[in-house]
Design a protein. Structure first.
Length: 238
């Protein structure tokens, strides 16, 4: 069993080394091989330099493609290198690598096709996102429930694992902007099973999030539209 951790990174010079080190420090289950790769999404800071100087496995994108393009690059790499499971693990230091095994177990045991690390199904984290973002997440969760009949609480989580079937799907078709909620709809509409796993999350180690309060509102409206359109597209393709 080969597992690849995909780390999308844009201007994460303050975080990328600590993020990668956290993956090296975890106790790896002997039932699978765990590798990781950084997808440097056209960073304009020292992210590329730090990765190369520290000999981190990295793919350097010439231009900034956004989170969707960066993650899809990782999925394509995973598929071409015959990985069985791919994990998205953001480069900002918010995710706790010790929960990787928890995300993998249900997939390895064939209980589901995709797992999502969730902040909202157990009170494991002291970290709370802003109020406006929490409202937006609840709103998007409601729309996904309306369109798929499945309740997903942490719809924007960037800590996710997928099996090879979904890996093939996402390597060929993946939204560019804020893809997490839309891809949940893609998977559910195609009959894949998703399970949320309680995890700890932290404030980013350094740097600033690109999502401002204004962008949060724009994001909610844009993604709501994308979810509805995706739901219609998937229904027509059945």
């Amino acid at each position: 069993m080969k597992v690849l951790v995909i780390i999308p990174a844009y201007n994460e010079e303050e975080n990328i080394l600590k993020t990668c080190q956290s993956l090296k420090n975890i106790d790896k289950n002997k039932n699978y091989q765990l590798d990781y790769i950084v997808i440097n999404d056209g960073s304009t800071d020292n992210t590329k330099k730090l990765c190369e100087e520290n000999k981190l496995p990295v793919i350097n994108l010439i231009h900034n493609l956004g989170i969707g393009g960066a993650v899809q690059t990782g999925y394509i790499y995973a598929l071409k290198n015959n990985y069985d499971i791919a994990i998205q693990f953001d480069g900002d230091g918010q995710h706790d690598a010790s929960f990787i095994d928890d995300l993998l177990k249900p997939i390895i045991n064939a209980e589901c096709d995709m797992t999502i690390g969730s902040r909202y199904i157990a009170n494991l984290s002291d970290f709370k996102s802003t109020k406006i973002r929490r409202v937006g997440i609840k709103f998007l969760s409601s729309i996904i429930k309306l369109t798929t009949k499945k309740k997903i609480y942490d719809v924007t989580s960037g800590f996710r694992a997928i099996n090879k079937d979904i890996l093939k799907l996402f390597a060929n078709d993946y939204p560019n902007d804020y893809p997490e909620p839309e891809t949940i709809v893609m998977a559910l509409k195609r009959g894949y099973k998703i399970k949320e796993i309680p995890v700890k999350m932290y404030e980013r180690l350094g740097g600033k999030s690109s999502i401002t309060p204004f962008k949060s509102i724009y994001y909610m409206l844009k993604v709501s539209y994308a979810i509805i359109v995706r739901s219609i597209i998937e229904r027509k393709e059945k």
